[in-house]
Write a protein of this length. Structure first.
Length: 507
């Protein structure tokens, strides 16, 4: 009886931890012994079940699978592997062990993909982080399922190949066929988008939006129903500075891991508006195998919480730490995952349950206690984290019908870009005034004695916290940057205070 010596094949693959990919070596040994399939390397259930898919895919692809002992190791062995993306590298390793695929051809090739029983390759999540890893490793070819390869094609300096079946990959590695290069597909959709010029009136609220976009500030819009709060919020991304290449890749990687990246890279600032019934894991991220939540999907963009008091209290309180650290850390028994979460928070709410407290054209039907209970749904610490509290009044019929010239988002964006440029020269790359810390605030937000006494008086009268005072100073600094001024003036500080003291507008 002939004894077949064992054949060992090593294939590069990758796993995901949060929004980052890490290298995984798929080692497959096919040799003599009791026929069976043995998988080691701290694999989760979906990976272990892959043995059934691999066997069926090999047979249905037209290859013979003799009775051999197959041992698979996923290294490093101390990191848990999850998902079906290891099916393709395992199958190629088995075929290499059977000498159907030459092992030298595996050098410099990174493979990932889920296999169907008929040998076709299904899409996976996280293609873009894998592509970023492959570029860093300097691989000569990245082979991905055709349905998700376009995500990685945005990295023009990386050879990404799209495959439909296991047989295609075998032909490529044998030099018999040539795989098609993946091509990026623009995922921005329709070129038309909301424009600030479509909002009639609301000059004060529009200027507040401009300040928020220029300095990265959080904004709370309060007003009766139908005054345009949601319209205004949806136009914040249109006046934010465009995404640069690094931000584009980082945002796209998050969407890729979440399985929400259709094709190509995210080229626009994200805008997320979850329903108020959203759970805590849905908002901040989580799950047994942590996935990014809405705050991470809004990274480098806008998170809009409409009807803010209707959100669950625990969900809102969970926002407090990410708003300060611009990231969320989720600890599980198996892993600790950190998701980026640097976003502009825009909230909208009515001033009372009926919505008409303080409205000039309609009487409020709520008693004082009901109004107080409604506003207490938003805690003081969370309110403190909104840099500006802006009242959005009803718009008159004349404002709605007259042909008034309203500034477009393009013009406003030019000013916000200029202000951000000033801030980055002062604070460093990727930073805005909203990110200033104590020493930086004292250095760049210095005010004269008269303004200091005025701010102390307002803080005492309104019960404003030290955190709120810092936020007022940051907003004032942004107002000065929009003017192109080097020093703060009393008018800048006064405007920041007015945008902070909302109760006076509701009397």
């Amino acid at each position: 009886m002939l004894c077949h010596p064992p054949v060992l094949a090593k294939i590069q693959s990758a796993g995901l931890l949060g929004v980052e990919a890490y290298q995984v070596w798929t080692e497959v040994e096919v040799g003599p012994g009791l026929p069976g399939y043995h998988l080691v390397g701290l694999a989760a259930g979906a990976v272990r079940e892959g043995g059934v898919r691999v066997r069926a895919a090999i047979v249905h692809s037209g290859f013979k699978l003799p009775p051999r002992k197959i041992t698979v190791n996923l290294a490093p062995a101390d990191v848990r592997k999850d998902g079906a993306a290891f099916d393709l590298p395992i199958a190629i390793g088995v075929l290499a062990g059977l000498e159907i695929v030459p092992t030298p051809a595996l050098a410099g090739v990174l493979l990932l993909g889920e296999l169907s029983l008929d040998g076709s390759v299904r899409a996976i999540t996280g293609s873009l982080p894998v592509a970023i890893l492959a570029r860093r490793l300097g691989v000569r070819a990245l082979v991905l399922p055709a349905k998700c390869a376009a995500e990685a094609a945005g990295l023009t300096d990386l050879p990404v190949f799209a495959v439909e079946s296991l047989a295609e990959v075998v032909g490529f590695l044998n030099g018999a066929t040539t795989l098609r290069r993946a091509e990026e597909v623009d995922s921005t959709g329709d070129d038309t988008e909301d424009d600030l010029s479509e909002v009639a009136g609301q000059r004060a609220a529009k200027f507040a939006l401009e300040i928020a976009a220029a300095g990265g500030h959080n904004l709370l819009l309060v007003g009766p129903p139908g005054t345009g709060k949601s319209m205004l919020a949806r136009r914040v991304p249109t006046i934010l500075p465009p995404l640069d290449e690094a931000e584009m890749l980082e945002t796209s990687a998050i969407y890729s891991v979440a399985g929400k990246l259709q094709s190509g890279l995210c080229r626009r600032r994200p805008f997320r508006a979850p329903h108020h019934d959203i759970s805590i894991p849905g908002l901040i991220g989580g799950g047994p195998f942590p996935q990014p939540g809405e705050i991470s999907l809004a990274h480098h963009g806008v998170l809009f919480l409409d009807e803010l008091p209707e959100f669950r209290g625990q969900a809102l309180e969970a926002l407090r730490q990410p708003l300060e650290e611009r990231a969320i850390t989720i600890a599980r028994a198996r892993a600790v995952v950190r998701f980026p979460a640097s976003f502009c928070l825009v909230g909208a709410m009515n001033p009372c349950p009926c919505g008409y407290y303080g409205a000039p054209n309609r009487a409020c039907t709520c008693d004082t206690g009901r109004v107080a209970r409604y506003r207490r749904r938003i805690s003081g610490p969370l309110l403190d984290r909104f840099d500006m509290h802006v009242y959005v009044p009803p718009v008159s019929l004349a404002q709605l019908t007259e042909e008034a010239h309203e500034e477009s988002s393009t013009l406003v964006r030019q000013r916000t870009v200029a202000a951000r440029t000033i801030q980055q020269k002062r604070l460093g790359p990727k930073r805005a005034n909203a990110h200033m810390q104590g020493k930086e605030i004292r250095k760049w937000c210095a005010i004269d004695q008269t303004s200091t006494r005025h701010l102390e008086r307002v803080a005492k009268q309104r019960g404003i916290s030290a955190r709120a005072i810092h936020r007022i100073l940051r907003v004032a600094r942004t107002v000065a940057d929009l003017r192109g001024a080097e020093k703060l003036e009393a008018a800048d500080l006064q405007l920041a205070v007015e945008f902070r003291c909302l109760d006076e507008a509701l009397q």
